[in-house]
Write a protein that binds this ligand. Structure first.
Ligand code: CA
Length: 91
């Protein structure tokens, strides 16, 4: 019984360790490779990245690989990426 609980706790810890930006980066690589791309997935990806749910991506919500592209996507110059600005990607 104790072994089962320890194994479950270990598995939960491992799962928790690969959450957040790792998953978002993985999804982004899939989209870039042409798998899972598209408007619906972009919206879903935005929702995953928008941790505080304010409809803007800012600070650590923006994956490291996207940091250099903020100024390109940030069309109104507020330093954040809105859902609309995010969905215009590639247009
Ligand atoms: Ca946000």
């Amino acid at each position: 019984m104790t072994r089962t609980l320890i194994a479950a706790a270990l598995a939960a810890t491992m799962l928790a360790g690969c959450s957040g930006h790792d998953k978002a980066d993985k999804q982004d690589r899939r989209e870039k490779a042409g798998r899972g791309g598209g408007k619906g997935n972009r919206a879903a990806r935005f929702d995953r990245l928008d941790k505080n749910g304010d409809g803007q991506l800012a600070g650590d919500e923006i994956p490291q690989r996207m940091q250099g592209k903020v100024s390109k996507r940030d069309q109104n110059g507020d330093g954040q990426i809105s859902r609309d600005e995010f969905s215009r990607r590639g247009k």
